[in-house]
Design a protein around this ligand. Structure first.
Ligand SMILES: Nc1ncnc2c1ncn2[C@@H]1O[C@H](COP(=O)(O)OP(=O)(O)O)[C@@H](O)[C@H]1O
Ligand code: SF4
Ligand SMILES: [Mg+2]
Length: 327
């Protein structure tokens, strides 16, 4: 599969100031390489504050990177200005966590979904109405909802409106930032199943951001695990779930899945991640890693392959057997 999005060395540091003096840098995203193949669904998972949303904003060029490059459909878009980015904006859409905040309460569903079609595609009249109705049908909203307001809808229905609006301009890439976190547990599974079905039907490419590995498993083919601004493990969902290598991935998995026979021992995750302002040298997970050894601290583990396309940044994982059957 060819890469639709390709980030190399992508970095975002925020300057921290006390009064007028610069006090250091908060390393929100710290040199990540991430490829999203065309037609694939890649999950980006990690605890709150690890930099997931910043990655989304960097890929969409909504914030300026401190360093690194972003390629979209083979083209380097890092240096493009707003005018140069305009035609690409249609092809890359972002769906936010909170559909309640994303919709204007004074606008009907028709007005919300029609907006991008009017502004960016110049549609009007009967063609606009037909297109909006088609989109509503596509996301499973009944036609009689056309003139309803957001407060008349459930959370799941509102998220379907946001999805319809994002799909209006036929994007190639959809970035979903915690798309079900603000929804009732009862509708989360429904929306995830719908997102998976929608991708298959429309041949979309997803980057699905979540703090929950179980969410990623329902929708994605690949998963990248992020910790404090870095990716610590990246591989096919089936392989990472069957044989997670990085202790952080193992801890995240232990929180959502029962331990498997023959798997590496479970790792318990204690405490919160340290601040991205005060990062220790060496492996960033070392202060919380129950398996840390002295060698983990001064060295900086690179994302090394443990098997074909499954890569892990952990010294210990490199020493562990690579085959899932012997793990
Ligand atoms: N505009 C900003 N200015 C300063 N710090 C920011 C800004 N945006 C995000 N951060 C910080 O960057 C880190 C990563 O944030 P974010 O990408 O939102 O994480 P996540 O989406 O994984 O919860 C956090 O420490 C956050 O406080
Ligand atoms: S490199 Fe060391 S501290 Fe880091 S995750 Fe692996 S074992 Fe733990
Ligand atoms: Mg976020």
């Amino acid at each position: 599969m060819t890469a639709l999005v390709e980030a190399v060395g992508l970095t975002k540091h925020y300057a921290v100031r006390h009064g007028w003096r610069r006090h250091g840098a908060l390393r929100a995203v710290d040199g990540i390489d991430l490829t999203v193949p065309e037609g694939a669904a890649v999950g980006l998972v990690g605890e709150s504050g690890c930099g997931k949303s910043t990655v989304a904003r960097l890929l969409l060029r909504l914030v300026e990177p401190t360093a690194g490059t972003v390629r979209f459909a083979g083209r380097d878009i890092t240096g493009l200005d707003e005018l140069g980015l305009r035609p690409l904006r249609r092809e890359m859409q972002l769906i936010f966590q909170n559909p309640h905040a994303a919709l204007n309460p004074r606008r009907t569903l028709f007005a919300s979904i029609a907006e991008p079609l009017v502004i960016q595609a110049g549609l009007g009249g009967a063609a606009l109405r037909a297109r909006v109705e088609h989109l509503m049908d596509d996301v499973g909203l009944p036609a009689q909802f056309l003139w309803r307001y957001p407060h008349e809808l459930s959370g799941g229905q509102k998220q379907r409106v946001c999805i319809a609006r994002a799909l209006a301009l036929e994007p190639r890439l959809v970035i979903l930032d915690e798309p079900t976190s603000a929804l009732d547990v009862s509708v989360q599974a429904q929306i995830l199943a719908f997102l998976a079905e929608l991708r298959a039907r429309r041949g979309l490419t997803y980057l699905l951001i979540s703090h929950n590995l179980a969410v990623v498993r329902q929708v994605c083919d690949e998963v990248a695990v992020m910790y404090l601004g870095r990716i610590v493990e990246h591989g096919p969902v089936a392989e990472v779930f069957a044989a997670p290598r990085h202790p952080y991935t193992r801890a995240l998995l232990a929180a959502v899945l029962p331990p498997r026979a023959g798997a590496l021992p479970t790792v318990a995750l204690a405490g919160d991640p340290p601040s991205a302002l005060e990062l220790s040298r060496g492996c960033r997970f070392a202060p919380r890693c129950p398996l840390a050894e002295p060698v983990c601290r001064p060295t900086d583990p690179a994302l090394d392959p443990v098997s074909h396309d499954h890569r892990v940044a952990c010294l210990l994982a490199r020493r562990a057997p690579a085959s899932p059957s012997t793990a």
